[in-house]
Design a protein around this ligand. Structure first.
Ligand code: ADP
Length: 247
């Protein structure tokens, strides 16, 4: 039987009478890279905001590891292992890459981290931060001030800070947006690499990326689920073709 890590049942969000997400049933399999695609205004961002409880659903349920998390607070969601990639704006631009990763780790330790934390803990924190930088191929940029990091590498930093929170399910918001060919390739490879042993749900517009690394694709249109399946299945679906060409 399929191992579903995340499921939404009849997920719905209305904004003053406008239904941005309409009765969405989504199933994400454990270990998959799953893409959420759809034309602008389809409801992808609203879905992500519902999953991380940035928004409260009007109706429907969200289940994570078969547990109903519909009423859980954002911090509880994160503690359970659903981590959305940080926007780069959440990173301190004038600190180094290494310092930002370390701060991310300290944050994830929460109340158990104090300024009087032992030398041993600090050294473990440094080791973990260096390991995360190595995992995302940023070792050579460890001492670079974040604001000076090349654009394409900023996503890698976001991914490193996200990995520091030990996600079971990573939500990535348009990870290749605004990138040139080379950076798109690098970030795509990185996502593939970090997906080992994890599940990824990503909003992505670049169909080369989607077809290249995603195991399953859900297509939203005007808030509703239009199609779901492999890239082959959804890309040959006449309704999907019309949704993309007709808007
Ligand atoms: P996507 O990410 O697929 O482009 P969004 O989830 O951002 O789509 O938006 C879906 C629809 O919901 C859009 O028509 C948008 O204008 C509307 N919407 C999103 N957030 C709000 C809000 N806070 N208030 C009113 N309408 C909203």
């Amino acid at each position: 039987m399929a191992d579903v890590i995340l499921e939404t049942r009849h997920l719905t969000k209305e904004f003053k009478g406008f239904t941005a997400v309409n009765d969405v049933n989504l199933q994400v399999q454990r270990g998959h890279i799953h893409a959420l695609i759809g034309p602008n205004g389809a409801g992808k961002t609203t879905c992500f905001n519902l999953l991380t409880k940035f928004l409260v659903p009007t109706a429907g349920q969200i289940l994570f590891n078969n547990r109903d998390i519909t009423s859980a607070a954002p911090a509880q969601i994160a503690r359970q292992g659903i981590i959305r990639s940080f926007q780069i704006s959440a990173v301190f631009p004038h600190l180094t890459v290494m310092e930002n990763v370390r701060i991310g780790l300290q944050r994830s330790l929460g109340n158990s981290f104090h300024f009087w934390t032992s030398e041993r803990t600090l050294s473990r924190l440094n080791d973990r931060a260096m390991a995360l930088l190595a995992e995302v191929d940023l070792t050579e940029f460890a001492d670079t001030v974040t604001v000076d990091l090349p654009y394409g590498r900023k996503r890698a930093l976001e991914i490193a800070t996200t990995l520091g929170m030990e996600p079971e399910l990573m939500l990535l918001d348009e990870p290749t947006q605004g990138m040139g060919h080379e950076d798109v390739h690098r970030v795509t490879e990185l996502i593939k690499k970090v997906s080992a042993g994890r599940t990824i749900l990503m909003v992505e517009h670049n169909m080369n990326v989607v077809s290249g690394i995603c195991d399953r694709i859900s297509v939203l249109q005007r808030g509703a689920m239009l199609a779901e399946g492999s890239y082959q299945e959804v890309s040959s679906n006449p309704q999907v073709m019309e949704a993309y060409m007709g808007t």
